[in-house]
Design a protein around this ligand. Structure first.
Ligand SMILES: [Mg+2]
Length: 227
C-alpha cells in the first residue's frame, strides 16, 4: 500500500501509549462479576475509545447491570484511582516520541479520556507526556461526539500552530473506534491493536502493527531512526 508523507502526528493514549486498556478490562471485569456477569473481549472492542459516559451506558445495557451511568462511574472510579497510577508505557513508544521530538515533528495527544483520568494515568510519566505539547481530551467542551466520530482528531489538528490539512496528519490508534474516527477525519492511521483483535474488522486502517517497536518512520516521510 502506498503511504503518503505526513508532517504532523497525533497519538491516542489508552492502550497505545499506556497499558491502561488492560487496567480498564480488570476494572470492568470486577464490576461485572459483582452481578454474576462476564465482561467479554467482544464487548471490550465495542466500547474501546469511547467517552466514559458512552462506555458506561453501553456496558450497563449489554450486561443488563442494575446501575445508572453515574453509579457505574462512581464504582469504577474507586477501582481506577488505585490502578491507573500504576500504568506502564507501551513498548517502542518512548523511542518514537523522543525521536520525533528531537527532529521537531509536531505531535499531539487526542484521547477520549477526561482531563481528570488523564492526570491519574500520567502521574508517574510527566516527562514522557511533556513530549506531546498539544493535547485534546474527551472532556474538552468542543469535543461533542466521541470516537468513531472524527471530532477529536479534527480539533486536535487545529491546535498545531500551522493548522495542517488532515491528510498531513498521521494518527496512531489501538481501537477500532479510533481507527474509524481518524479515517472519518481524512487522516492516515497506524493501528497497534490488542493481539486478540480480529484484524479483518479494520480494513480501513492504513497499516496494522504488532507493536510500536515495528514502526519505521520513513515510510510516512518522517525522519528515520538514526541508531
Ligand atoms: Mg486507545
Amino acid at each position: 500500500m502506498p503511504f503518503k508523507p505526513v508532517s504532523h502526528v497525533l497519538f491516542d493514549m489508552d492502550g497505545l501509549l499506556l497499558n491502561t486498556e488492560d487496567l480498564y478490562t480488570k476494572g470492568f471485569e470486577e464490576i461485572a462479576s459483582r452481578y454474576g456477569k462476564l465482561f467479554t473481549f467482544e464487548l471490550k472492542c465495542k466500547i474501546m475509545g469511547q467517552h466514559s459516559r458512552e462506555f458506561a451506558a453501553n456496558i450497563i445495557k449489554e450486561l443488563n447491570l442494575p446501575l445508572t451511568v453515574d453509579e457505574f462511574l462512581v464504582e469504577t472510579r474507586k477501582i481506577f484511582i488505585d490502578l491507573f497510577p500504576q500504568c506502564k508505557i507501551m513498548p517502542g513508544v518512548e523511542r518514537l516520541l523522543v525521536h520525533l521530538s528531537k527532529h521537531k515533528i509536531p505531535m499531539g495527544l487526542a484521547t477520549s479520556s477526561s482531563k481528570e483520568t488523564y492526570d491519574m494515568k500520567v502521574s508517574r510519566h510527566q516527562d514522557f507526556f511533556n513530549l506531546l505539547p498539544f493535547k485534546t481530551y474527551g472532556s474538552d467542551a468542543n469535543v461533542k461526539r466521541g470516537k468513531p466520530s472524527p471530532d477529536i482528531f479534527l480539533i486536535a489538528a487545529t491546535k498545531f500552530p500551522r493548522k495542517p490539512a488532515p491528510e498531513k496528519c498521521l494518527v496512531f490508534e489501538d481501537s477500532l473506534n479510533g481507527v474509524k474516527a481518524a479515517v472519518a477525519a481524512g487522516m492516515q492511521v497506524v493501528m497497534v491493536p490488542d493481539p486478540r483483535f480480529d484484524r479483518s474488522l479494520a480494513p480501513e486502517a492504513t497499516l496494522i502493527l504488532n507493536s510500536m517497536e515495528d514502526f519505521r518512520p520513513e515510510i510516512f516521510g518522517l525522519p528515520p531512526y538514526d541508531d
